[in-house]
Design a protein around this ligand. Structure first.
Ligand SMILES: Cc1cc2nc3c(=O)[nH]c(=O)nc-3n(C[C@H](O)[C@H](O)[C@H](O)COP(=O)(O)OP(=O)(O)OC[C@H]3O[C@@H](n4cnc5c(N)ncnc54)[C@H](O)[C@@H]3O)c2cc1C
Length: 475
């Protein structure tokens, strides 16, 4: 019997292997919901150390869970209580910015860099790394790559996948694949990097990345808008896209229940508009703010005259813009701290979002009439976070939280399916949605995923139990 923690300690500098209470922080995710067990947590400093750890685990056929900032929302970066506690491999000490090439529009970074640090490095070079989300102060580059994170700028710049040029990955046998190319065009064989983007650590460990940078917009025009219903929001989206083209970077929707709970958690905040539905929209461009404001105001004027909007407040300065964004970015925290929230992360074609919201709301209300619907949506991407909140009293009257979660998930995901949608828009599959992936993916697609996993990771040591499931015990 190999003493794996002792072996790993012999491969790494002092203090890099944690056990017992010392590793407790690594056993819990941002929600505080996922609390698992592990053999130890290891904190390597270099790609070579990551490779040595993975080789040792491969030899012992022992599971490894790669871990970033633990902000993932599907229980993927934290092990569950499995029969064979895995090794947690935290990337947090691999946090160097390796190189920035402004003329090429690229930045090379370690996988453990926190997203906001990469954004700041880009801004210092007059460039933009556009992936932006509420957890950007904690989540890591390896985490956003492995979940193919979306966020609030997808409308203009795409998901993380569209912003990754190259990768460095430690494969499940411990070899290092160097794919750190910074090319816009490269058709030399299979585009391997795409296998690891969105793989949730089940095919290898990302240790470095080359990311795409964009020109840094110099002007923003931001508005908070009240609308009567999502159908009118869709009409407004089309109007602004026609008027403003790709200058539209964000088009976010929330219902008044969602906004009220954010405000309840940030007492200084207030609702900029009174309406059943609220939109936060933003234009960005290289030219002066006056032109951009004029464009936005003229579009909103036309929308008001056409009866598409109830009210609109255009941010007059940076502080007001930030206060609008604070309301949007405050949703996850408010939802974590209010009542018992079960939520789904679905996508449908953008034109079907209003219909989805009608059918899903009707179906959930029919089953749980006492529940409150809490909705926040990256509307411009067709992505809806559909939350169903129960008061403590109502929650207590139900017998089994797992059955409840399954029931809500099934109702909401069925509605998305019926409109050609996905049960996982941007948060991934993790451990939470393994059964949904199996149930809702066509057979040929699912079997191809299984074969891919088998080819990369024949012993099933990489993030066991995640995405495809059924591998709680490493083969
Ligand atoms: C307040 C808040 C707001 C959020 N908003 C959004 C949003 O708008 N859009 C969105 O898409 N998500 C959002 N999320 C979810 C989350 O932030 C993202 O999924 C993020 O990408 C996870 O990064 P992480 O570093 O925390 O990864 P972790 O949670 O640590 O891990 C996530 C997955 O990636 C794997 N992983 C981590 N690092 C590596 C690596 N180096 N190599 C291989 N695998 C690795 C893990 O094994 C796990 O499977 C939000 C979360 C919070 C808490």
């Amino acid at each position: 019997m190999i003493d794996l923690p002792a072996q790993l300690s012999s491969l790494l500098p002092a203090g890099a292997v944690l056990t017992g209470n010392d590793m407790s922080a690594y056993l819990q995710d941002w929600w505080g919901r996922q609390i698992g067990t592990a053999l130890c947590a290891v904190l390597p400093n270099t790609t070579e150390e990551v490779a040595a750890i993975v080789r040792a685990c491969a030899n012992a056929k022992h599971g490894v869970v790669p871990q970033g900032g633990r902000t993932g929302l599907t229980g993927a970066g934290v092990p569950d209580v499995s029969n064979k506690p895995p090794v947690i491999l935290s990337l947090s000490r691999l946090c160097k910015i390796r190189k920035l090439d402004a003329m090429n529009g690229s930045i090379e970074v370690d996988a453990g860099c926190v997203l906001s640090n990469v954004q700041s490095a880009a801004i210092a070079a007059d460039r933009l790394f556009p992936v932006s989300l509420g957890a950007e102060g904690s989540c890591q580059i390896g985490g956003i790559i492995s979940t193919n994170a979306g966020g609030t700028n997808v409308l203009r710049y795409g998901t993380t996948r569209e912003n990754v040029l190259g990768l460095e990955v430690v494969l499940p046998d411990g070899t290092i694949w160097n794919g750190m190319k910074s090319l816009r065009k490269d058709n030399a064989g299979y585009a391997l990097r795409h296998m690891f983007i969105g793989a949730e650590g089940t095919l290898g460990i990302v240790t470095g990345a080359v990311l795409k940078l964009h020109p840094l917009p110099k002007a923003h025009a931001t508005a908070w808008i009240g609308v009567a219903d999502p159908d009118l929001a869709l009409r407004l989206l089309n109007r602004i896209q026609t008027d403003c083209g790709e200058r539209l970077t964000a088009f976010e929707l929330m219902n008044e229940e969602q906004l009220a709970s954010v405000i309840a958690h940030h007492p200084v905040a207030a609702s900029p508009t009174e309406a059943p539905w609220h939109l936060l929209i933003e234009l960005a461009d290289m030219h002066g703010p006056e032109t951009l404001h004029e464009t936005l105001l003229s579009s909103l004027d036309a929308a008001m005259n056409a009866g598409e909007i109830l009210d609109a407040v255009v941010a007059q300065n940076g502080a007001q813009r930030e206060s609008f964004w604070a309301l949007r970015h405050g949703t996850a925290e408010a939802n974590r701290n209010t009542g018992h929230l079960l939520s789904a992360d679905i996508s449908v074609p953008v034109s079907s979002v209003p219909q989805f919201l009608i059918v899903a709301s009707t179906a959930v209300r029919a089953r749980f009439p006492e529940a409150q619907l809490v909705i926040v949506s990256h509307f411009g991407d067709g992505n809806v976070h559909f939350g169903v909140r129960f008061s403590s009293g109502d929650w207590g009257s139900y017998c089994d939280p797992t059955v409840m979660a399954l029931s809500v998930r099934t109702i909401v995901n069925d509605c998305a399916d019926a409109l050609g949608g996905s049960f996982s828009a941007e948060h991934g599959v993790g451990r939470k949605l393994v059964d949904e992936l199996r149930r809702r993916t066509d057979q040929a697609g699912y079997q191809s995923m299984q074969r891919l996993k088998e080819a990369f990771d024949p012993y099933g040591i990489m993030n066991p139990g995640c995405v495809l499931g059924g591998q709680d015990r490493v083969r």
